[in-house]
Structures are given as structure tokens and as C-alpha cells.
Design a protein around this ligand. Sequence first.
Ligand code: NAD
Length: 264
Amino acid sequence: STGLMAGKRGLIMGLANDKSIAWGIAKALADHGAEMAFSYQGEALKKRVEPLAASIGTPLLFECDVASEESMDALFAGLKAEWGTIDFVVHAIGFSDKNELRGRYVDTTRQNFLMTMDISVYSFTAICQRAAAMMPAGGSLLTLTYYGAEKVMPHYNVMGLAKAALESSVKYIAEDLGKDGIRVNAISAGPIKTLAASGIGDFRYIMKWNELNSPLRRNVTQEEVGKAALYLLSDLGSGTTGENLHVDAGYHVVGMKAVDAPDI
Ligand code: NAD
């Protein structure tokens, strides 16, 4: 450990199990000396999150549903009581009705469109508001996005629109909070097998396609996303804000499948 995060305290949101991207990030930060609190959605997840938190010596755990202003207020009141100030927040949260993560985007319903935007986009803004109030000496805020924001990906549908709005919000919030020394960035992760991903139609095919067609000819791991998060959340990233850092084995630069890739 190089202690890149020594003396830094922060919140990790979106830990569901040991496959979560939030877990890959938490492990990288723990290896570098960060002190962390975790929030999880609903009591049902508590029994999964508790042992994970304990394994990296994290005593602070909060229940938080980002659909609720009161729930987010209670989370930040709890953090304030415990620590006073924070240095970073990781927002690894997204949600849509899985019935709409297949078939055609054009068939999306108003109700699921609004819910998807609320949980997957607005929640990051709501969290940034509350986090910034606890960052008098500056800080770093991070969210997770996907290439389906930039280009049409099969089955990503309404979540693609949500990620496009999320990426845009990263730029606006970076400008709003930059003068206070607060950096705001996104990581655009390649496909990784997680609970959320399992709701997406044909996800195994998407992973295979990325493996065969990305410049590195493989998929990325949650540990690799963790290392990129370490850069953005530590002093290594001090000059970077408003960025969308792709950790996708290079898939986003490819315009056409290379001749050496076997047919799939
Ligand atoms: P995951 O299922 O492990 O994590 C998703 C988390 O969102 C869960 O912990 C869930 O409890 C939380 N969540 C959903 N609704 C919530 C609410 N109302 N309040 C609080 N929490 C809520 O899956 P993951 O793949 O680790 O997802 C983390 C982030 O990474 C998401 O934003 C996802 O879109 C993004 N992402 C995932 C991939 C991938 O392939 N897995 C690729 C790029 C981006």
C-alpha cells in the first residue's frame, strides 16, 4: 500500500454484494488507507454488506434509499455526526424496470422513464448537494456510467438515456463545484457481471462481443475499475474534473471489428 488515500474519509454508495463495482472500488481504496462508510438500499441487503464491510475494517454502515430525500438527509446527518467532514463519495447506483431492458426503447413507459431518471440521474445531483456541504477543504465525487450513453447498445434502452443525462450532469456539477476545490468525474466501465447487469437482456452476448472486439481483447474486472477510481479520488487525479474515464479495455474507440477477431 502506498497510502494514497491515507487521512481521507468517504462514502461508498451502491454496495449490494461482492460482485458490485462499489466493492471493487472499496477494496482499492482500503488498500491505500481510506476510511470508508457504506450505504446500502434496504434492510434485506444489510446481511450481505455487513461482512464485506467488516472484512476491510469499516464500522460505518447506513441504510439509504435515494428515492427519498429524507433517507438521503438522514444518511448525511449520520455522516456529519460521525466525521464532521468528508473527502469523497462514490455513487455506484442505477435502476430501471428490467422489463424495459429488453425489446425496443421506443416502447418505454412514462412511469419507468421518470423512475429510471430519478434513481439513476437525479440521485447523483442530490448526493453531490449534500456531500459538497461537508467538503470545506475540497473533495472528489465519482459516479459510474456506461457506453450505452454514447452509442446505441442492445437492450440498454431507457438506461442509455439516463446515463447520457448522468454524464451531462457530471459536467455541469464539475463547473458548479470546481471553485470550491471539488472534483466531479465518471468512470465508464465495460460490461461486468453484477446483479444490476443481470437485468439487461442478452448480457452474456454483450460481454462476449466486448471481449472479442475491444483493443485489449478481453473484459475488465471490478478491480480495474477500482484502480481507476483510486486515481480519480486520490491526489493523483488532482487536475482532472468533469471527465468521463473509460475503463472498458478500449472498446469505445473501435469503429469496426478487427480482422483477427473470430466470428461470433
Ligand atoms: P450492483 O447491482 O452491484 O449495484 C447497483 C446498486 O444500486 C445496488 O447496490 C442497489 O442496491 C443500488 N440501488 C438501486 N436502486 C437504489 C435506490 N433506490 N437507493 C439506493 N441504492 C439503490 O451493480 P453494478 O453493476 O455494480 O452497478 C453499479 C453502477 O455501475 C450502476 O450505476 C451501473 O449502471 C454502473 N455500471 C455497471 C456496469 C456493468 O456492466 N456492471 C457497466 C457500466 C456501469
